[in-house]
Design a binder for this molecule. Structure first.
Ligand code: Q46
Ligand code: ZN
Ligand code: ZN
Length: 306
């Protein structure tokens, strides 16, 4: 297989784009694609102060690398969840990110959950009956709270995350299977801050697949943590990804089509009524200033500060 641009040996064949590229042209193609998506979906503007949520995995580090390649300055935020039972997941992730930021002279904020709140994610989860042994719901809540808080306190305009097409299509698949209208209304590559306690969120990699990003990270020699969080094992998201991969094999482009068709329907106003309803239901937590659906303290404040 030859590179379509220069005729050299191709390192990757992108079936859905009918495009084979060599290393040099692939490493040029990815940032150009991301630049195109940033403009097409109005994700970032020149004056924006950008914060990237980095986990140590290939996607968020590839995003940081790609934005730097495009000359877009962004600072990083790593949340140390203290998930170090068995495998040293948080410890290794943190080291990986610190090395990445140091060698490239990038600015990194670190929030250590245990230090800040006196308990790790697992300890918080164990306090709730639903979270025992399954810390993901609590973890999601804590991460969202910290991201919004840090972004607001430190004066950032936008938070960028490394969600890729596989992540987004899997979430959409799950939400569609259960017709979770509230979640569907809130899903998308650009989430405007519809409350003063929230930061605007963007996902510049949402049209690139896991495979495309892994190839980019490896060819660019980015050192990232290969292991997923141990709590991700056996999750629904992984099952949905497997199902979608099967579909993609039969019909290249199926994942992207699924997601882009959803965005089209959304643009036509399919979820406008739910959006409006959600906005009207929003209250402000008197303690942290972030939005909450029920009046009074938000779930985070009730759980962590009690
Ligand atoms: S980090 Fe947290 Fe994920 Fe680990 S505990 Fe679950 S939610 S799986 S993205
Ligand atoms: Zn080439
Ligand atoms: Zn609160």
């Amino acid at each position: 297989m030859k590179c379509r641009k220069c005729g050299e040996k191709a390192v990757i064949n992108l079936r859905q784009h009918r495009l084979a590229l060599c290393k040099v042209h692939y490493l040029e193609w990815i940032p150009r694609q991301v630049d195109r998506f940033i403009h097409k979906y109005g994700m970032l503007s020149q004056q924006d102060r950008i914060l990237i949520a980095v986990s140590g995995g290939k996607d968020s580090l590839a995003l940081w690398d790609i934005l730097s390649t495009l000359g877009i300055l962004a600072d990083g935020l790593y949340i140390d969840l203290g998930i170090d039972e068995g495998v040293l997941y948080s410890h290794i992730s943190r080291q990986t990110i610190e090395i990445f930021a140091d060698t490239r002279k990038l600015h990194l904020h670190i929030v250590d959950v245990k230090q800040e709140f006196g308990q790790t994610i697992s300890q918080m989860a164990n306090k709730t009956s639903r979270g025992k042994g399954k810390p993901c719901a609590v973890c999601g809540l804590v991460k969202r709270h910290i991201m919004n808080r840090v972004a607001r306190e430190k004066g950032y305009d936008v938070l960028a995350t490394g969600h890729n097409l596989d992540d987004e299509a899997a979430v959409l698949f799950g939400n569609t299977l259960n017709w979770e209208l509230d979640y569907l209304a809130r899903q998308g590559p650009v989430l405007e801050a519809n409350h003063p306690g929230l930061i605007r969120k963007v996902k510049p990699l949402f049209r690139l697949s896991e495979r495309e990003l892994a190839a980019y990270a490896i060819l660019k020699q980015i050192r990232y943590i290969y292991d997923e969080c141990p709590h991700a094992i056996g999750s629904k998201a992984i099952t949905y990804k497997e199902q979608l991969n099967y579909l993609e094999e039969q019909r290249p482009g199926a994942k992207l089509n699924f997601y882009l068709s959803f965005l089209k329907a959304k643009k036509k106003g399919l979820f406008n009524a739910i959006d409006q309803e959600q906005m009207e239901k929003l209250n402000t937590c008197p303690n942290c200033g972030q939005p909450t659906t029920a009046p009074g303290e938000c779930t985070f404040c009730r759980m962590v500060l009690s």
